[in-house]
Design a binder for this molecule. Structure first.
Ligand SMILES: [Zn+2]
Length: 171
């Protein structure tokens, strides 16, 4: 199992959420997620915090493993939504639509797929989050938030959880 590279050029959390369509956000509401494991790692000298969650959807009755990596988790100057973010999900949608697209933006790595462009399912290589990543988002952000809690938060940073809640509520 090759260890994945994390890129400083990865898209930030806010961009990934905003690129996610309303249909996917809505379908994520039929899913539940819980954080299973949080750990620290480093790649190419860049530290990251990894949050692994298990997402379960009522529709399909399947469970998937969801990974978020936030680079430079202890850097106080980066607000939560600005952290370059790396993601992975073990679901078919991630495999066929997202893995290559996100990898092109430094926000994932080719792991489950064969690395071919998703010519039919995502020809424009739009980087977005699958419903499992969406439903796991607040849990992952809470882990990052808890870690930063001891640091002095700026007024702007304090508003970030509400920003994410608002995005999730959008219909
Ligand atoms: Zn997924």
């Amino acid at each position: 199992m090759a260890e994945s590279k994390i890129s400083m050029l990865g898209l930030n959390l806010s961009t990934l959420v905003q690129m996610t369509d309303q249909g996917t956000r809505k379908r994520s509401q039929l899913c539940q997620a819980r954080v299973a494991h949080t750990t620290d790692g480093e790649d190419g000298g860049v530290p990251y915090m990894e949050v692994i969650s298990i997402a379960h959807c009522k529709e399909s009755k399947h469970s998937y493993v969801v990974t978020y990596r936030f680079s430079n988790p202890d850097n106080n100057k980066i607000s939560m939504v600005q952290h370059p973010t790396w993601v992975r999900c073990s679901c078919p949608s991630f495999l066929y639509r997202l893995e290559v697209a996100l990898s092109k933006h430094g926000s994932s790595d080719v792991y489950y797929s064969n690395g071919r462009y998703p010519m039919i399912r995502n020809p424009k290589l739009r980087p977005y989050l699958c419903k499992h990543l969406m439903v796991s988002l607040s849990g992952a952000v809470n882990e990052l938030k808890a870690r930063k809690k001891t640091e002095t938060l700026t007024e702007k940073a304090k508003k970030i959880p509400e920003f994410i809640r608002r995005l999730l509520r959008k219909k």
